[in-house]
Design a protein around this ligand. Structure first.
Ligand code: C5P
Length: 217
């Protein structure tokens, strides 16, 4: 039987970084579900399709084929810039696209021990996951983190612009018709606002160990 760790939360809470580290420590396959939506968006841009051509976007999502390589998750997703990410967010709001991606995400996890991060993993993709965690942080702190990351990547945006982007994305993620971002009733919430990556990692790993029965309480 497979073991599933599901992690949700808004942009900038460190989900990607944490899941990579935890995946390594526990030998879990890391599935970044945002990458599946980025993949559809990338193909849409390659084919010069606009966000208004819903039928064509749905068609793309029906034929997207992603593989997991070397337990490292997806390797060739280029769409990390903030402006493109808003487009990804719009693409991921199309109900039929979500249904196709959720099917793909479940298939990728089939029979495997995985750690999967996104927005609706604990509530919709794997509501019966062995471990369900919601990572959160104040919006200003998340914007600060993203702003710093952007500087390192050479992306030129002011802190105020990054903050606006994150607020826009939060709003979009929380108001999706299907798979909206919300805290599952039985999820453990970790507020990362004042925590370092290492501290968050430790908390997540303690929760996983408990679920695996390695730590008695
Ligand atoms: O996680 P990441 O920032 O890469 O996701 C990009 C966008 O894809 C998010 O802003 C969100 O709108 C969408 N997404 C989603 N459901 C997921 C993962 C990502 O709607 N499970």
């Amino acid at each position: 039987m497979s073991f599933i760790v599901a992690i949700d939360g808004p942009a900038g809470t460190g989900k990607g970084t944490i899941t990579k580290l935890v995946a390594k420590d526990f030998g879990l396959i890391n599935i970044d579900t945002g990458a599946t939506y980025r993949c559809v968006t990338l193909e849409m841009l390659n084919q010069n399709i606009s966000i208004h051509e819903t039928e064509k976007i749905i068609k793309i999502s029906e034929n997207i084929n992603m593989k997991i390589e070397n337990n490292n998750g997806f390797q060739t997703i280029f769409l990390n810039e903030e402006d493109v990410t808003e487009l990804v967010s719009q693409v991921s709001s199309i109900v039929e696209v979500r249904l196709n991606m959720v099917k793909l995400q479940r298939k990728l996890a089939e029979g495997k021990d995985v750690i999967m991060e996104g927005r609706d993993i604990t509530t919709y993709v794997f509501p019966n996951a062995n471990v369900k965690i919601y990572l959160d942080a104040d919006v200003e702190e998340r914007a600060k983190r993203r702003y710093k990351e952007n500087l390192e990547k050479g992306i030129n945006m002011t802190y105020e612009e990054v903050l606006e982007h994150i607020k826009w994305r939060d709003n979009n993620d929380k108001n999706k018709e299907l798979g909206a971002l919300r805290i599952a009733e039985d999820a453990i919430v970790i507020d990362t606002t004042k925590l370092s990556i290492e501290e968050v990692k430790q908390k997540v790993e303690e929760i996983i160990k408990k679920a695996k029965g390695e730590v008695k309480c």
